[in-house]
Design a protein around this ligand. Structure first.
Ligand SMILES: *Cc1c(COP(=O)(O)O)cnc(C)c1O
Length: 391
């Protein structure tokens, strides 16, 4: 029986899963304005603090002045501008690949790339904790989707053994897992893709610019960059801009141009955004970038230590994404509301983003947080956590 929109909304509310957006005044800095009040932000993916970096802003303004505000069409129609080509060669050079292709967002990349590579008769193996955009891309592809337990290459290997097929095999994983802050075991996945003659795609939305000595991501850290067929990353998180890239071989780039529908049928990124992304890669590759990565790693280690000492349950995060496990969605959202009253802005994450019973506060630290910021925030979090019986 058909239900009304109001009834549907009521049902979402009753399950404690109603979502709404919050208006933030000013830039996405370490402190932001909410309802006219300054609060410490602990839920932004602007990890390196580049979203208000003068070099990015300047590049963006200049590009708008020189190239205007829009790309005018899809790249295949009228929309390939010099700035697209420039950014793609910068990405390829940064990631040390033959080629790169831009996408309008990480979501658009995953829903474009995956169906371009796999279809009916093919099999996609996807980590159970992969980002929603990977799942959506896999569902859209029409390929058989087989999800494997998180980071469990032994279980994956068994599944691959059992499902031998003549079609193409694609293994796809987050690099840094977005809600847990741990990393994919890429060496084992490379092993499996070789053994089963498949392709391996890594979505490093949260690792790009941050993980690895040069900030090239989890593949760099684990020394397997050359063995990943599709390295996808985004500009909207640590790189402080917007959009996404795939770093790939030249033939794969051609295939994506011809088959990825989110590339073909969507107006391409505009000049101001492209120029900000180029500038961001410049910063990430400079000594300043290395400095910011170091600060971020120190901040993450400090914050994990403080929360651990307070008695919170922290799963295996090794990155700047530090979830505090709470359990019930309602307590989690209460925790988040009370913290905002205290001046700490942390989002509660609940189903369907995470499994039922695994609701959490997803804390993310930034290179631009000070030690004082983090000590103060950890203290507020512990006080509220105790009042709610979480610790
Ligand atoms: C954020 C995210 C995306 C989506 O990227 P956008 O550019 O924000 O659309 C894709 N994959 C992962 C793992 C992400 O965390």
């Amino acid at each position: 029986m058909e239900i009304s929109i109001e009834e549907q909304l009521q049902e979402i509310r009753e399950r404690g899963l109603f979502r709404s957006t919050r208006v933030i005044g000013g830039c996405q800095s370490a402190h932001v304005q909410i309802d006219g009040r300054s609060v410490l932000i602990l839920c932004s993916n602007n990890y390196l603090g580049l979203a208000d970096h003068p070099v990015l802003i300047e590049a963006s303004v200049r590009a708008a002045q020189q190239y205007g505000t829009s790309s005018g069409a899809s790249r295949l129609v009228s929309g390939t501008m010099e700035l697209h080509e420039r950014l793609e060669s910068e990405v390829a050079s940064f990631k040390n690949t033959d080629a790169a292709l831009l996408f309008n967002s990480g979501y658009a990349a995953n829903t474009g790339i995956i169906p371009a590579l796999a279809g009916r008769g093919d099999v996609i193996y996807s980590d159970r904790l992969n980002h929603a955009s990977i799942i959506d891309g896999a569902l859209l592809s029409g390929a058989r989707l087989i999800r494997y337990p998180h980071n469990d290459h032994v279980a994956l290997s068994k599944r691959m053994e059992k499902n031998r097929s003549n079609g193409r095999i694609l293994i796809v994983t987050d690099g840094v897992f977005s809600m847990d802050g741990d990393m994919a075991h890429l060496r084992e996945l490379v092993e499996l893709k070789r053994r089963f003659k498949g392709l391996l795609m890594v979505d490093d939305a949260h690792g790009s610019g941050v993980v690895g000595e040069q900030g090239r991501g989890v593949a760099e850290l684990l020394g397997v960059s050359d063995d990943i067929d599709i390295q996808m990353g985004t500009f909207g998180k640590a790189l402080g801009s917007f959009g996404a890239y795939s770093a790939v071989s030249a033939p794969l780039r051609d295939l994506l141009i011809n088959r990825a529908r989110s590339f073909i049928f969507s107006t391409s990124l505009p000049p101001a955004v492209l120029a900000a992304s180029s500038a961001a890669i410049g910063v990430v590759r400079s000594p300043e970038g290395a400095q910011r990565r170091l600060r971020l790693a120190e901040n993450a280690a400090l914050f994990r230590k403080l929360l651990g000492q307070a008695g919170f349950e922290l799963p295996g995060s090794t990155t700047q994404i530090i979830p505090i496990m709470v359990g019930e969605a309602e307590t989690t959202m209460r925790f988040s509301r009370l913290l905002l009253d205290e001046g700490v802005f942390v989002q509660g994450i609940r189903p369907p983003t995470v499994p039922a019973g695994a609701s959490r506060l997803r804390c993310t630290v930034m290179a631009t947080h000070t030690r004082d910021d983090l000590e103060w925030a950890a203290d507020r979090i512990a006080t509220v956590g105790r009042s709610l019986g979480v610790i």
